[in-house]
Design a protein around this ligand. Sequence first.
Ligand code: KIV
Ligand code: NA
Length: 264
Amino acid sequence: GRRVTVRDIAAAKQRNEKWPMLTAYDALTARVFDEVGIPVLLVGDSAAMVVYGHDSTIPVTVDDLIPLTAAVVRGTERAMVVADLPFGSYQTDVPEALRTATRFLKETGAHAVKLEGGRRIIPQVEAMVAAGIPVMGHLGLTPQSVNVFGGYRVQGRGQDGDELMADAKALEAAGAFSVVLECVPGDLAARVTSSLAIPTIGIGAGDRTDAQVLVWQDMAGLTPRTAKFVKKFADMDGLLREAARSYAEEVVNGAFPGPEHSYK
Ligand code: KIV
Ligand code: NA
């Protein structure tokens, strides 16, 4: 099987087919998502929280994310792998943005990059697309701007919706192949989705986007506290606790290891 490409993503919108995206940060979970047919995997800067234990995405660096992204590429055969560009690695100027994006593609094998922002980062998006790097946009609640927003809150209400629409159109015109809409009213996400030829990927953006994305630990019920927009499709927290407790108990009471786990 060949890899999913930007052409497949574009064709899905033509056919009105919805598709799922998940985050991934290591080879084994990426392999699971790849084998069940998740077409696009994002190595999110949410790794700052779910991998590195920070309380926002601000502290994570390119050097933190490159090994995780490379692992996800190595763990997959079919999924398109998107590398999230961390805070401070692309905002400064176009040359720095291009250096960052090219590093991700060269050093990890990722197939595309994602960056946050609209009209203010259009020169960066145009330069990347001109250099042959597919770009996924990200609008609405862009967590790298949490200090400007004053917390994680719904974006794009009222007049701000027109600004978001203008940002989405600017990203499309600059050559972005898709755009994430995070934590915005469903009606706004629906309007953006029908106004763009490129697919929209929603997270907390209602049911009328072309695709959906969740952080996998949120989706699987491993994250302790999650936003209203998260549905837990499993109880990974409960499963892991149960497994760890049983293991500990069997080590203490001598039930593990048994003869079948031991070498003669
Ligand atoms: O970093 C991340 O996980 C993301 C997705 C939630 C869109 O940016
Ligand atoms: Na992100």
